[in-house]
Structures are given as structure tokens and as C-alpha cells.
Design a protein around this ligand. Structure first.
Ligand SMILES: CC(C)(COP(=O)(O)OP(=O)(O)OC[C@H]1O[C@@H](n2cnc3c(N)ncnc32)[C@H](O)[C@@H]1OP(=O)(O)O)[C@@H](O)C(=O)NCCC(=O)NCCSC(=O)C[C@H](O)C(=O)O
Ligand SMILES: [Mg+2]
Length: 302
């Protein structure tokens, strides 16, 4: 039996598998309807060449108007703050009202504030996501994340971009990402300090299933909520790695059940099968079950 409880803090939608789709690729856009990813990132930035930006925007306009995605979040990644494409990208975001706009290569909190101003008349549900993919962005991650607490702050999620970070730092791609982990953890910590979700970077070699599973396991262990993906073949493994494991669900249900017993009503700490369990574990358990409920309800309404 699955308990559905109301955790004290709000639970964001599942973001285990965040599939990026080049907005220029109409065949790939159409394919998203049949895919089991938690959300789609429609990319207007690096996967679209400069001479195709207008066509890519038209594709998105048509997609959102004629065949909108159901029951999952939509995110549009726009071009950089200093690019000639930015203004028209922002206009498109205001017109299509996705769930979020993803800003690439964010380096300072001012950029998040500027975007919040540009969205001032948009619905509150339109959130801002920021890619952390430059040395300055990582160094300023805490200040960038802190804008989430400001009045009118729309920041909701940070996304690591290791391709750009490797390019800027000269750290080569290596299994285990050993030299990148400290910077990634800095971003995880900044996100958590301000109540944000945080998404792990893409894995480029989409035919290397074992390497991908290993990197998902590492990302999960580092505390990420999910992974940015580039290919449909990566969805299932990401959903499994970042979703609640059967043992974790069973444990969460046991904790909720234990704290529902009349004799635990005024206890802050209990003995559950030889293990100390506190109310903070109850909060974690409630959040896990609420997230599970959201995952299951997406399946039935997709
Ligand atoms: C990498 C790809 C160019 C490979 O595409 P393709 O050669 O078409 O692969 P397949 O033949 O294996 O594709 C099989 C079918 O799957 C569809 N497909 C492929 N990718 C996607 C996708 N992302 N979404 C939806 N559908 C997809 C193909 O159309 C095939 O369908 P069918 O013909 O019907 O069989 C390609 O996968 C791709 O373009 N991926 C996304 C690239 C992208 O979005 N890049 C931007 C994000 S990366 C990033 O953000 C890095 C970050 O900034 C950083 O700095 O780290
Ligand atoms: Mg990038």
C-alpha cells in the first residue's frame, strides 16, 4: 500500500529525465509525445545554428499551439544574454508560456533579476532555470541561487553544463568526473541552500549504456534530482536511477506507518527495527512518497 501524505515543504514535479530536443528538429519534436521523460527542454541555443534560429522559433510556436505536450513540464532554453537572438527568444517565451525558461551560461545574479523583470507580467508559474557551465557561474553559484529568495524571484532549478565547463577549464572528459566533482558539489550545495532543484549534466556518448548508468548512479549519489539527456535511449535508465527505489519506498512507508501509531504521537525519536528514526526522517519519507505519487499520476494522465 502506498501512503500519500502532505509533506511540510512543497514537492516539485519529478525531474528525473530532462530530455533536450533541438527546436530545429521537427521529427524529434514530434517524437517527444511518445517518450516517458519527465520533462522536455526545447533548445534554441547550441543545438541550433545561427542561420536557423528563426525557423527553430517557428517550429516551437507551431508545436506549442498545435500539439502541446501533456502532463509534463516544458522548458525552453534560450540564447545567451549577450546574443543577438535573446530579445526574440524572450518574446517567444512570453508568447508560449512554458513552465520554465532555461538561461545558458549564467554568471551573475543580475542576469536572473533581469529575466525576472522581463517576465514581470507573465504568470507566476513561469519559472527561471539557470545553467551553471562557466567558471564564473560556478564561483557565483551561491549568489545566483540566492535570488530565488528575493521578492519576485522566479529561479527554480540549476542545471550543470559540463561540456562548456570542460571547454572553459581544460578538464578532459573522464569516467568518474573526478576533477569536476568539487565544482558540481558546490552547485548542488548552492541549490539546496536556497530550496532549488538541481540537474546533472548531459552524457554525450548516448550509445554507451553502461557508462550512462554509472554516471546516473554517481549523479544520484551526489544529490542531483535528475539528469539532462540528449537521446531517448537515456530516458529509462535516468528514470530508474533518479526515481525512488523499491527499498526506499518500503522504508518510507514503514516510517510513515510507525509515526501514525498512537504511542508515537508525541515522540520525536523512535526505534524502528533497531534503527533510530527521527521526525526529520518522517519528513524525508513523506517527500519521497509525495514524489512517487506525482510520478505515478503523470503516467496515468500522459
Ligand atoms: C545526438 C543526436 C544528434 C543523435 O541523433 P540521431 O543521429 O538522429 O540519433 P538516432 O538515429 O539514434 O535517433 C533515433 C531516433 O530518436 C530520435 N531522437 C534522437 N534524439 C532525440 C531527442 N533528443 N529527442 C527526441 N527524439 C530524438 C531521432 O529523431 C530518431 O527518430 P526516428 O528517425 O523516428 O527513428 C540527437 O540525439 C540530438 O540532437 N540530441 C539532442 C542534442 C541537444 O539537444 N543538444 C543540446 C543539449 S546538450 C547541452 O545542453 C550541453 C550543455 O550546454 C553543456 O555545456 O554541457
Ligand atoms: Mg552548454
Amino acid at each position: 500500500m502506498t501512503f500519500v501524505t502532505s509533506p511540510s515543504a512543497p514537492v516539485s514535479p519529478p525531474r528525473r529525465s530532462c530530455l533536450s530536443v533541438p527546436a530545429i528538429n521537427r521529427r524529434a519534436l514530434d517524437k517527444t509525445h511518445g517518450l516517458d521523460c519527465d520533462l522536455v527542454i526545447f533548445d534554441l541555443e547550441d543545438s541550433v545554428s545561427p542561420d536557423k534560429k528563426a525557423e527553430a522559433r517557428d517550429n516551437l510556436r507551431r508545436f506549442f499551439q498545435e500539439t502541446p505536450l501533456a502532463a509534463r513540464e516544458t522548458v525552453i532554453r534560450i540564447n545567451g544574454a549577450d546574443s543577438q537572438f535573446r530579445r526574440q527568444d524572450v518574446e517567444l517565451v512570453l508568447e508560449l508560456e512554458p513552465d520554465a525558461v532555461l538561461l545558458p551560461k549564467v554568471e551573475d545574479p543580475g542576469e536572473i533579476r533581469q529575466m525576472a523583470e522581463a517576465l514581470a507580467n507573465a504568470p507566476e508559474s513561469l519559472r527561471v532555470w539557470a545553467m551553471m557551465e562557466t567558471p564564473l557561474g560556478v564561483l557565483n553559484a551561491a549568489a545566483i541561487a540566492a535570488t530565488a529568495r528575493e521578492a519576485g524571484g522566479r529561479l527554480d532549478c540549476l542545471v550543470i553544463g559540463l561540456n562548456d565547463l570542460r571547454k572553459a577549464t581544460g578538464v578532459p572528459p573522464k569516467p568518474g568526473r573526478v576533477y569536476l566533482v568539487p565544482w558540481m558539489m558546490q552547485v548542488v550545495l548552492a541549490a539546496r541552500a536556497h530550496g532549488l532543484d538541481v540537474i546533472d549534466s548531459v552524457f554525450n556518448d548516448f550509445r554507451d549504456a553502461d557508462g550512462f548508468v554509472a554516471e546516473c548512479a554517481q549523479g544520484r549519489a551526489m544529490g542531483f534530482d535528475g539528469k539532462m539527456l540528449i537521446h531517448p535511449a537515456q530516458i529509462e535508465a535516468a528514470n530508474e536511477s533518479f526515481g525512488p527505489a523499491p527499498e526506499a519506498i518500503a522504508e518510507a512507508e514503514a516510517i510513515v506507518a510507525a509515526f501514525r501509531q498512537p504511542n508515537t504521537a508525541d515522540l520525536n525519536v523512535i526505534n524502528l527495527n533497531g534503527r533510530m528514526v527521527e521526525r526529520l526522517h518522517l519528513e524525508e519519507a513523506e517527500r519521497l512518497l509525495a514524489r512517487l505519487h506525482l510520478i505515478e499520476s503523470r503516467k496515468t494522465s500522459a
